[in-house]
Design a protein around this ligand. Structure first.
Ligand code: CAA
Length: 380
């Protein structure tokens, strides 16, 4: 068993750390306040190769492994989870799905710009009445021979307005249940494709979350990913990897909140000494450190499974379930350690508390992760 990173992985982690400190940190409070999408920062992350990290260089990607990807996600999320979710969605939910299941022509047209950071993508599964219950798709894609006509609404779509390419899950034949669902590549210049209002969110406020409305959108059949009826499996397979990215995001939020709390505990004095000298605070930090390390092991193991070609449904779900709980617990304790200052935006930790919550909700709630985990461990 080898727990060490390669020189290349250490270098990539350092590049992400430097980028987060130098480029993401300066405007992070203002972007959160104003709900401003980090357009310039995303562009720079594209130039650094962070938007198509695992994609083969022949399709414009960086050709790196999943471990490198989670290291980058962790470092970016230590500073700005609104920026890191763009990286997670583009890499895991959009580029990965296209690289593995799209046709050669689709890769040429859509994957290359997405992986090389020239455009970003969105993954559109959730609906007003189909969140956790993902098979209950109401968006329809009626088969009209050489094209589909798409109608319906998608909700809470990350990169909803900033994306150029949208992977849309829709029902073609309701009588076939999940086997009647397709995944279609759509672009917002298609007539009838409407971007709904931006959501006013608790956390990751810099990210760009919208509903999408489709009114008789004509989508050529050449934009369908895989065989007819492959859409639900496509979504499930894609989300299994996406959960590793969100687990890494949760890990980064936890680690970022912990680092701030540790630093503060060495500076802030109460009762004549730095608060780290009070066991009430030191023990909190001990718990945080231990839980973060445990979460890190789960996240890296899931990434390693993916790189080894092992099944990662179970390890990814466990990593997301645990890391997101650690993110929430750590961020709450980081606010507590900061006391009154923790309640004030300038000290950052309140943002970590708000940002942490979404990691227990998107790409499968914690309850969904427990379904995936329990089914996996009980099937044999
Ligand atoms: N890989 C491949 N196939 C899979 C799979 C996987 N990981 N998981 C399920 N499937 C297949 C099953 O094998 C089954 O196919 P067969 O009938 O051919 O065997 C089919 O999919 C249906 O599976 P289930 O019967 O298990 O379906 P279910 O209705 O019980 O639901 C579920 C399963 C795991 C609960 C699923 O609905 C689910 O994951 N729900 C959560 C959805 C989710 O994560 N949404 C997040 C939205 S995206 C987002 O947040 C993105 C963002 O912008 C940040």
């Amino acid at each position: 068993m080898n727990f060490s990173l390669t020189e290349e992985q250490i270098m990539i982690r350092q590049a992400a750390r430097d980028f987060a400190q130098n480029e993401l940190l300066p405007g992070v409070i203002e972007r959160d306040e104003a709900q401003k999408f980090p357009s310039e920062e995303v562009k720079k992350m594209g130039e650094l190769g962070f938007l198509g990290m695992m994609v083969d260089p022949k399709y414009g990607g960086s050709g790196l492994d999943t471990i490198s990807y989670v290291l980058v996600m962790e470092e970016l999320s230590k500073i700005d989870a609104s920026a890191s979710v763009v990286v997670s969605v583009n890499n895991s939910l959009v580029c990965w799905g296209l690289e593995h299941y799209a046709s050669a022509a689709q890769k040429e047209k859509f994957l290359i710009p997405l992986a090389s950071g020239k455009s970003i993508g969105a993954f559109c599964l959730s609906e007003p009445e189909a969140g956790s219950d993902a098979t209950s798709q109401k968006t329809t894609a009626l088969d009209k021979g050489d094209h589909y006509i798409v109608n319906g609404t998608k909700n809470w779509i990350t990169n909803g307005n900033s994306a150029e390419v949208y992977l849309v899950i829709a029902q073609t034949d309701i009588s076939k249940g999940h086997k009647g669902i397709n995944a279609l590549i759509m672009t917002k210049d298609m007539p009838g494709f409407e971007i709904g209002p931006k959501e006013n969110k608790l956390g990751i406020r810099g990210s760009d979350t919208h509903s999408l409305i489709f009114n008789d959108v004509k989508v050529p059949k050449e934009n369908r990913i895989g065989e007819d009826g492959f859409g639900f499996k496509f979504a499930m397979k894609t989300l299994a990897g996406g959960r590793i990215g969100i687990a890494a995001q949760a890990l980064g939020i936890a680690a970022g909140a912990y680092e701030l709390a540790k630093k503060y505990s060495k500076e802030r004095k109460a009762f004549g000494t730095e608060i780290m000298n009070h066991q009430a605070i030191a023990f909190k930090l001990a718990d945080m450190h231990t839980q973060i390390e445990a979460a890190r092991h789960l996240v890296y193991k899931a990434a390693w499974d993916k790189d080894q070609g092992n099944d990662y449904d179970l390890s990814g779900a466990m990593a997301k379930l645990y890391a997101s709980q650690v993110a929430m617990d750590t961020a709450i304790e980081a606010v507590q350690i900061h006391g009154g200052n923790g309640f004030v935006k300038d000290y950052h930790v309140e943002r970590y508390m708000r940002d942490a919550k979404i990691t227990q909700i998107y790409e499968g709630t914690s309850e969904i992760q427990k379904i995936v985990i329990s089914r996996s461990i009980l099937k044999n």
